[in-house]
Design a protein around this ligand. Structure first.
Ligand SMILES: [Zn+2]
Length: 326
């Protein structure tokens, strides 16, 4: 029993001694050493960090706002974030949190945000804010710019800033006057063999009815007025309506010397007459379009050779066709 008691006493003593020893060693470590972070970036040592959470918070702030005081900075980016490794070091080691921060952000890039104005998907001008871009487009819309359907905005994220322009400059540069589509068509497939000459009389567009050569002009001839223009062409040459309108005459016969002839009323007091035809194609009362086949050249009526007698009448009075055509 006594033996056992002595053994226990010894054990307690040993335990107490061990505890004291451990405490002393720890105290020594805490006094001489401290936990510190070794920082590496892309595998390279860049310093010892005193306060990891504070340093990382500053880096995160930088990533959000970049290192420049510009309204166009969207964020910043760094290829690789620093790596931290905890270690115990002597207290006199120098920590360089500020330097580490500067080293890290020196590898970063500012990303700028701005807006491109596109025409037909091609970047034309740049503005700083979305508001400016939208304002410019609204103004172009209000001005009824012809290209409004081709204009768009593109949000850009780039490492470099562009030269920005004002809203006024965007509007001035991109505004396109509405193109007024001319009422008078320029050419007709059905009369493609004819000249594309187009004349306008009281707003009615007129084209040449036949291809051929002028053989007799409008004016005094043999003591009377020749009321039209004669265009010589082989028999069967197509004659096309000089303008759209309604066929008011399509008559075979002598017809006062006109022979087989067609008259088309174009409205606005304008009509055209086609004399000495062989076969008539347009029927009385029919509506014809400019360039439609209406008859073929012949030599009927008071005629000595194949030709078209072509008249332009204003309120029934024959005009000189050469004031307008040929
Ligand atoms: Zn004639």
């Amino acid at each position: 029993m006594k033996k056992l008691l002595i053994a226990l006493k010894t054990s307690v003593k040993t335990l107490v001694l061990l505890t004291i020893a451990t405490f002393l060693i720890l105290a020594a470590v805490v006094l001489i050493y401290k936990p510190i972070y070794k920082v590496t970036l892309n595998g390279e040592f860049i310093g010892y960090c005193q306060d990891k959470s504070k340093l990382q918070a500053r880096i995160n702030d930088y990533l959000k706002t970049g290192n420049e005081d510009s309204a166009n900075i969207a964020f910043a980016q760094i290829d690789n974030l620093p790596k931290y490794e905890i270690c115990l070091l002597k207290k006199d080691i120098v920590t360089t949190d500020e330097e580490i921060y500067n080293t890290v952000i020196s590898t970063g890039t500012n990303i700028y945000r701005y807006y491109a104005i596109l025409v037909d998907n091609e970047e034309k001008l740049y503005v700083s804010t979305l508001e400016e871009a939208e304002d410019a487009i609204q103004q172009l819309k209000d001005k009824n710019s012809n290209n409004i359907n081709k204009i768009s905005i593109l949000e850009k994220y780039e490492t470099e800033l562009k030269e920005f322009v004002t809203t006024e400059k965007v509007v001035a540069d991109l505004y396109e006057k509405k193109v007024v589509i001319p009422k008078t068509p320029v050419s007709y497939s059905r009369s493609a063999n004819l000249s594309t000459t187009v004349a306008s009389l009281n707003g009615i567009s007129l084209t040449r009815p036949v291809s051929g050569t002028v053989s007799s002009r409008y004016g005094l001839r043999d003591g009377t007025t020749h009321k039209g223009l004669d265009i010589a062409a082989p028999k069967g040459t197509p004659i096309y309506a000089s303008a759209s309108g309604k066929v008011t005459t399509s008559s075979y016969g002598w017809n006062g010397g006109y022979g087989n002839y067609v008259v088309v009323d174009h409205g606005s007091g304008i009509s055209t007459a086609y004399g000495h035809c062989s076969t008539l194609v347009a029927k009385y009362g029919q509506t014809v379009n400019q360039g439609d086949l209406i008859a073929y050249v012949g030599s009927t009526g008071d005629s000595s050779g194949n030709h078209l007698h072509f008249e332009i009448r204003v309120n029934g009075v024959a005009q000189n066709p050469q004031n307008y055509l040929y």
